[in-house]
Unconditional design. Structure first.
Ligand code: NAP
Length: 307
């Protein structure tokens, strides 16, 4: 009944300590500590080693250390009967909403224009300092819903797109099959979709061509949602008036990418949310115990949907 933790990109030391406090010293192991692979109930992972699930054939729960599970679902060796979970917490939705509200206000208050003015030492009081902004959120899930509610409370018009119809007060909900109507309503699009085969490359020319001219794009979901070349082209042709990007198909973003120097692009290095150990560990430890008791984990992923 052990919990194993593995990641090629995270410092595991604080995670191991936190899990040991929750579950006891001997219950928490890493790859080097495996003695009986069949005794490992839970694998907690973030970009795990390729061979991990060749050994852990009887694992009952594969828990993501964050909100995304694309790094798990892309591994064909995950045992078919294992539950997959991701972290659901206000510790994720709050910073994500704060990031997106920051991006929305950046365009609302035209800080992009005033930054350019500053660089040209241009004192322009004549310009109307606020833009009319209608926000569209693609993906009204855990994170999108929190953002939609908060943007509404700030007085923004908000529209949402999802697979199933949502009831969020004051937010008009569109189905993915109604994306044309959804895109017509908005001039600022925030991508909060999960990474699935269907959403891969969704932020590309065919979508931009259906947007209102001069719209803004915010991507905080996954880099593979976006086609960088199409974003640059849409910015240069005026279809997009600005792009606020936290994620990229290749991270770190290569120095050669034209996004770095494009005047209409704002870049942050995939920091919209950094998972807090104190939020993730108690929930994953609870899930470990739930699975041992034969109960469903919190944040259960639907493997057939891919999120
Ligand atoms: P979630 O709870 O799984 O919600 C996903 C939403 O997307 C659901 O509303 C779903 O609709 C909708 N959806 C799925 N496929 C769709 C499609 N083809 N067209 C339209 N809507 C679709 O996801 P979440 O926890 O909110 O996370 C959202 C994204 O943020 C994920 O990609 C995650 O990896 C990313 N993320 C990024 C960071 C960062 O630091 N940048 C941090 C955390 C998370 P239904 O509800 O109808 O199924």
């Amino acid at each position: 009944m052990q919990l194993l933790i593995d990641s090629s990109t995270k410092d595991l030391f604080p995670w191991i300590n936190a899990f040991r406090k929750e579950l006891g010293e001997e219950k928490v192991i890493t790859w080097d500590g495996i003695t009986d692979p069949d005794d490992v109930t839970t694998a907690v992972v973030w970009n795990h080693r390729k061979e991990l699930f060749e050994r852990l054939r009887n694992v009952k729960l594969v828990a993501s250390m964050g909100a995304g599970v694309d790094h798990i679902l892309s591994d064909p060796l995950i045992p078919g009967a294992a539950f997959i979970s991701r972290v659901i917490s206000p510790h994720l939705s709050e910073p994500m909403s704060n990031y997106c509200i920051g991006a929305v206000l950046y365009y609302k208050k035209q800080f992009d224009k005033y930054l350019e003015d500053k660089n040209r030492k241009n004192w322009d009081q004549e310009f109307e300092p606020e833009r009319e902004i209608q926000v569209g959120i693609m993906g009204l899930g855990e994170l999108g819903r929190d953002l939609a509610i908060k943007l509404r409370s700030l007085g923004f018009e908000v529209f949402g797109l999802s697979q199933s119809r949502k009831k969020v007060p004051g937010v008009k909900s569109y189905l993915s099959t109604e994306s044309d109507e959804f895109l017509k309503q908005i001039n600022l699009l925030i991508c909060m979709l999960p990474a699935t085969a269907e959403t891969n490359g969704i932020l590309s020319k065919s979508l931009f061509d259906r947007m209102n001219r001069g719209s803004f794009l915010v991507n905080v979901a996954r880099g593979h949602h976006q086609v960088n070349e199409d974003i640059v082209e849409a910015l240069n042709s005026g279809i997009l008036a600005g792009a606020f990007l936290d994620v990229f198909p290749e991270e770190p973003l290569p120095e050669s990418s034209p996004l770095w120097t494009h005047p209409k692009v704002f870049i942050t290095p995939h920091i919209a949310v950094v998972t807090k150990i104190e939020a993730a560990v108690p929930q994953i430890a609870e899930n470990h115990m739930r699975v041992i008791r034969g109960e469903l984990p919190i944040g259960l992923v639907d493997r057939s949907k891919g999120y």
